[in-house]
Design a protein around this ligand. Structure first.
Ligand SMILES: [Zn+2]
Ligand SMILES: [Zn+2]
Length: 250
């Protein structure tokens, strides 16, 4: 699996051509090409990191999700990078300054472009137009993503097994030090795991500790816990119903 099927430059070139025009069709088409450009960029980034990411996971990510994941995990998302190269004695320094485009900013642009791909709401349909100035500005901002001296620092991904669906859940050190919980990235699961940090590491937990009369641990997840819910013991098949049971504090 490599990044070759994606060709950022082609989409950017198409957008540039279309932006010479001012009619609605051309601007709409330009928005689409700019969106393809961002998608190609994100897939390229992810595939570059692929050796650390379970491939089976990213292969199924749709562009929207890939965008979200990248801004969620990238510790450099909010940083401008500065690289200084000097002689051994520290003399004649050369500084490379790279103004990073935040991944959160990319996501915002991606959504703005997406909004141009729909028909306008009836209340706005009469005078609908796409702001060409805004599109040109977006073009200028994101075209830097093809410049060669872009500094990308590898993000170290790690994963743990979801306690519910048993699929790997991805995380980065940056993410776990800045968040209290993480949601399973399997769209049909989405069970929330709480992050418990300790010296030199962290633990993830999604279950409420509860034991069946047979001694087996019950599968009760914090994020899916509901009054009236039926819980079946996987060991002895006894069923329980979750009932409110308030105890007065003495
Ligand atoms: Zn899961
Ligand atoms: Zn049981």
């Amino acid at each position: 699996m490599d990044a070759k099927p994606y060709n950022k430059r082609r989409h950017l070139a198409c957008a540039k051509l279309l932006l010479k025009n001012s009619d609605l069709q051309s601007l709409r088409h330009a928005s689409l090409e700019l969106r393809y450009f961002l998608e190609a960029h994100v897939y390229e980034r992810l595939l570059k990191d692929a050796d650390q990411l379970p491939k089976s996971i990213i292969q199924k990510w749709e562009p929207n999700k890939a965008m979200k994941m990248l801004s969620m995990f990238d510790k450099l998302a909010d940083m401008d990078l500065k690289l200084t190269i000097t002689e051994h004695d520290g003399s004649s320094p050369i500084t490379i300054q790279y103004n990073n485009i935040k991944n959160s900013e990319l996501t915002k642009i991606y959504n703005t472009l997406g909004s141009y791909l729909h028909l306008p709401q009836p209340s706005k349909a009469q005078n609908y137009h796409i702001n060409k100035e805004k599109l040109l500005k977006i073009f200028d901002t994101i075209k830097t993503l093809i410049q060669g001296n872009l500094i990308i620092i590898k993000t170290n991904y790690d994963s743990f097994e979801c306690e519910s669906c048993h699929q790997p859940i991805l995380f980065t050190t940056w993410y776990v030090t800045n968040n209290e919980s993480i949601i399973c990235q399997n769209d049909s699961c989405k069970v929330e795991h709480f992050i418990e940090r300790y010296d030199g590491g962290c633990r993830f937990g999604s279950k409420i500790a509860c034991t069946c009369t047979c001694g087996a641990e019950l599968e009760i997840f914090h994020s899916q816990f509901k009054i009236g819910q039926i819980i079946k013991c996987s060991s002895c098949s006894v069923e329980y119903r979750v009932n409110p049971n308030l105890l007065p504090i003495d």
